[in-house]
Design a protein around this ligand. Structure first.
Ligand code: HEC
Length: 164
C-alpha cells in the first residue's frame, strides 16, 4: 500500500466512526418550553421580577428605548406603534394601536407591566428585556404617542413660523 493510500484508508475509517448524528447524546432544550406567558426560567427570575424605579427621562434613555423597541416590539406593533408589524401581516393577532385614548391615558407603569408580565395574546418579555430597558421602551412609547398626537398649539412661535 502506498503512503497516500494508507492515509486515505485511515481517513475513511475515521469518518466512518462518526456515523450517525442521530445517535449522539444531546440535550432537548425546547422539551419543556412553555407556550405563551409562563414563568420566567430559574436563573433569570430575579432579573425578571426585581422592581426598578423609573429613571429620569433623558435623550439617551429615549434613544435606548427606540433601539430596543425596534428590536423587540416593531415586529408586531410596527414602527409607529399602530399595530401593523410584519408578524401581524403574516397572521399573528393584531395588537391595539398605541394611539388610542385608553393607551394615551394609561400610566407609564402599565407599559412596564405589560413588558414584564405579557398581556393577553402577547407573551412576557421579562426574560429578554431588562428592567432598565423596560422603562426606556415605555418612555419611547410615550414619545411615539406624542408624535402622532401633537397639535400646532404645542409648537413654539419659531417652529410655527417654519411650517409650510
Ligand atoms: C409577537 C407579537 C408581539 C410582540 C413582539 C410584542 N407585542 Fe405587545 N401586544 C401583542 C398583542 C397581540 C397584543 C394584544 C394582546 C391582547 O389584547 O390579547 C399586545 C398588546 C400590547 C400592549 C397593549 C396592552 C393593553 O393595555 O391593551 C402594549 C402596551 C404592548 N403590547 C407593548 C409591547 C412592547 C413594549 C413590546 C416590546 C417589548 C411588545 N408589546 C412586543 C403582540 C406583541
Amino acid at each position: 500500500m502506498t503512503p497516500r493510500a494508507a492515509v486515505c484508508l485511515a481517513a475513511i475509517v475515521a469518518l466512518a466512526s462518526c456515523d450517525d448524528m442521530r445517535d449522539q447524546p444531546k440535550d432537548k432544550p425546547y422539551a419543556q418550553a412553555a407556550v405563551g406567558p409562563g414563568p420566567v426560567p430559574g436563573g433569570v427570575a430575579e432579573f425578571g421580577r426585581a422592581p426598578a424605579p423609573p429613571p429620569p427621562v433623558t435623550l439617551a434613555l429615549l434613544q435606548r428605548g427606540q433601539q430596543r423597541f425596534h428590536i423587540d416590539c416593531t415586529p408586531c406593533h410596527g414602527e409607529l406603534g399602530d399595530g401593523d408589524g410584519m408578524v401581524v401581516q403574516r397572521g399573528f393577532p393584531r395588537p391595539p394601536s398605541y394611539h388610542t385614548d385608553r393607551l394615551r391615558n394609561a400610566p407609564i407603569q402599565h407599559f412596564y407591566d405589560v413588558i414584564t408580565d405579557g398581556y393577553g395574546a402577547m407573551y412576557s418579555f421579562a426574560a429578554r428585556v431588562q428592567p432598565a430597558d423596560r422603562w426606556a421602551i415605555a418612555a419611547y412609547i410615550r414619545a411615539l404617542q406624542r408624535s402622532q398626537d401633537a397639535t400646532v398649539a404645542d409648537l413654539t412661535d419659531a417652529e410655527r413660523r417654519s411650517l409650510p
